[in-house]
Structures are given as C-alpha cells and as structure tokens.
Design a protein around this ligand. Structure first.
Ligand SMILES: Nc1nc2c(ncn2[C@@H]2O[C@H](COP(=O)(O)OP(=O)(O)OP(=O)(O)O)[C@@H](O)[C@H]2O)c(=O)[nH]1
Length: 193
C-alpha cells in the first residue's frame, strides 16, 4: 500500500437548515462572504481536490467547486453520512477532510493541527474536540477504510450518527483549545457580524 498522504476536502452544505427557516444555509452571508465561500477558501490551500455536498442551488455551488455532489438513494435525508456516502466513488486521495459549511470561525491553525495528527496516524479517523465536546464534522478520514466500512454501516444501522460510524474504524480526538471557533451558525440572527 502507498504511504502517500493526500487530501480531498468535502464541505457539507446539504442540510435543510430548518432552524434558519429552510433557507440554503451555505449561501447565507457572514461578514461579507457566503458561508460556503469561507469554508472553501479555508480548505483550498490544504487539499488536492475540493468537493461540495449540496442538494439545492447546484448551479451556484458549481461556481465554487468542479465537483458538487448530491445525496443519493437510498441514503438521502439521513444527515451528514448521506453526503459522505454520495462521494465514495469519486475519492482518489488517501484521506478525506470533512467540514460543515456552518463554522466560519474555524481557523487554518486548527485545520493544520488536525491534518498533522492525521498524517501521524493515518489509519485512524481524527476529529476536533473542544471543551464543549467532540466535533465529528471537523474530521480527517482514511479513504480506504471509509469506502469499505460506510456502505456496510449504513446497511446495518437504523441510527445514522456520525460518531457511531467512526467507532467502526477507530478514531482519535484532536484537542483544540479555542472553543469559540467551533460555534455553529444555525439561526439567522447568528449571521450578523
Ligand atoms: N449532504 C448532506 N449534508 C447534511 C445533511 N444534513 C445536514 N447536513 C450538513 O451537515 C452540517 C450540520 O448540519 P445541521 O446543522 O445538523 O443541519 P442543518 O440541516 O444544516 O440545519 P437544521 O435543519 O437547522 O438542523 C451542515 O453543514 C449541513 O449542511 C444531509 O442530509 N445531507
């Protein structure tokens, strides 16, 4: 097996954003840029390819990524694991960097720390943890194990929790002390600067 460490980034923007009244969350403005633009700018310097997981406004998302992937049957509407499943066949790098579209304060320093930990133990899933707890959508996953395990996990479970899936592969938390960087934007009034 090759010991090359290279990364595809996937930014998740495929949810319903019910707490925002159903708007397309990734396209909401935060300090002058859309949430998806902020996250794409963050991942670009550290990844070979950048994918967006989205289920609407596809033409708009395509202006930011050559690869916009929609959730596919039968795993539509199950949450983030649906977005992960939809890209499995497209992955050619050793690792996948997974991020949500709704943490615009997540820093390049935190990302670097996460990627360094992943490179040191590439067989494990690494995810950010802060004093608020684990952040499973800020993660780096080994692609070979992901491709092998995710279809089996989805077929066998009735609960589509991301951390439950990570337990199948083996996971390691990467502690990040700046809890405020992980604030999720879930309500329209959080978008105000
Ligand atoms: N591809 C995909 N992404 C999802 C799905 N559900 C949530 N996400 C993404 O996962 C991240 C966390 O989503 P949540 O905040 O839990 O859900 P949300 O739909 O954005 O918002 P609420 O409906 O208010 O819970 C966001 O980046 C979402 O875009 C899904 O079914 N498919």
């Amino acid at each position: 097996m090759s010991d090359k460490f290279d990364v595809t980034a996937l930014v998740l923007a495929g949810g319903e954003a019910q707490r925002m009244g159903g708007v397309d969350k990734g396209l909401q403005l935060y300090a002058g840029r859309t949430l998806i633009e902020i996250m794409m700018a963050l991942v670009k310097p550290v990844s070979q390819q950048q994918f967006i997981s989205a289920n609407r406004s596809l033409v708009v998302y395509q202006t930011l990524s050559n690869t916009v992937v929609t959730d596919v049957a039968p795993w539509q509407g199950i949450g983030p694991l649906g977005g992960l499943f939809a890209i499995l066949d497209r992955l050619t790098t050793s690792h996948l960097l997974l991020l949500p579209c709704d943490t615009p304060r997540f820093s390049a320093e935190a990302l670097k720390c996460l990627l360094q930990a992943a490179e040191q133990a590439p067989e494990l899933i690494h995810f950010i943890e802060t004093e608020s707890g684990p952040q499973p959508l800020h993660a780096v996953l080994p692609v070979a194990a992901l491709k092998q395990s995710l279809p089996i996990f989805l077929a066998q479970t009735e609960h589509f929790g991301v951390m439950s899936f990570y337990k199948q592969i083996g996971r390691q938390a990467v502690y990040w002390e700046h809890d405020e960087e992980l604030v999720n934007i879930n309500y329209l009034d959080q978008l105000a600067p």
